[in-house]
Design a protein around this ligand. Structure first.
Ligand code: GAR
Length: 221
């Protein structure tokens, strides 16, 4: 019997270009995994077309139909748990998650955020990096902990900020790199290379003291 592939459930809210990057990495045999389901909190999100096209089951869970965060998260849990995924992947999922949800998926809940964390948690990260005259900006893949946009960072992609940049041009360049680093980090997880010793993140059984860095098309450790 063929061995089951590591499984993912992907949560999205919008365009789903990171979801597409994960689908593409699987299709191209760069990532040995299966996306069991996509959950989206916005019925009209264009990202849903991407998963439908890849024959992945879509679930719309509209947060506006729930009285509170906990019941919305519980509805997602009821979809996720029967699928027993190895990893729950937040890919442009724009809802804050409840403590119960985060605890329930501890060490198997991962997010991508468009900044060089710990800088610029929350929204408008690209504009903030420009307004602060930063020389560089980027994105971070991190395991999710209770504080917003926090938790051990696996890998960061760094891009220079150009004098000609506005928030849109910068966001587009960062997004392109997000599509590289997210499948990479997911692969490290599904291959069992990322493990936890209490809350400390290890890569290949060694403490990951600082995030891996993806820069100029190369991975620096
Ligand atoms: C990405 O830039 C992702 O990093 C960001 O939303 C965008 C989603 O794009 N996520 C967050 O800001 C989460 N805090 P996508 O829907 O095309 O993947």
């Amino acid at each position: 019997m063929e061995k089951e592939k590591p499984s993912l459930v992907v949560l999205i809210s919008g365009g789903g270009s990171n979801l597409q990057a994960i689908i593409d990495a699987i299709t191209n045999n760069e990532l040995d995994a299966e996306i069991k389901a996509v959950i989206c909190n916005q019925a009209e999100a264009s990202g849903l077309d991407r998963s439908a096209k890849a024959n992945i089951q879509n679930h719309i869970v509209d947060h506006r139909l729930f009285p509170d965060r906990e019941s919305f998260d519980q509805a997602m849990t009821e979809i996720i748990d029967p699928l027993n995924p190895d990893l729950v992947v937040l890919a442009g999922f724009m809802r804050i998650l409840s403590d119960d949800f985060i605890d329930h998926y501890q060490h198997r809940l991962i997010n991508i955020h468009p900044s060089l964390l710990p800088k610029y948690k929350g929204l408008n990260t690209h504009q903030l990096a420009i307004d602060n005259d930063d020389a560089k900006h980027g994105a971070s893949v991190h395991y999710v902990s209770h504080e917003l946009d926090s938790g051990p960072v696996v890998i960061q992609a760094e891009v220079p900020i150009l004098t000609t940049d506005n928030a849109d041009t910068l966001a587009a360049r960062v997004l392109k790199e997000e599509h590289k680093i997210y499948p990479m980090a997911i692969k490290m997880h599904t291959e069992g290379r990322l493990t936890f010793d209490k809350d400390k993140l290890n890569l290949d059984n060694k403490l990951l003291c600082k995030p891996l860095l993806w820069k100029d098309g190369q991975l620096h450790t």
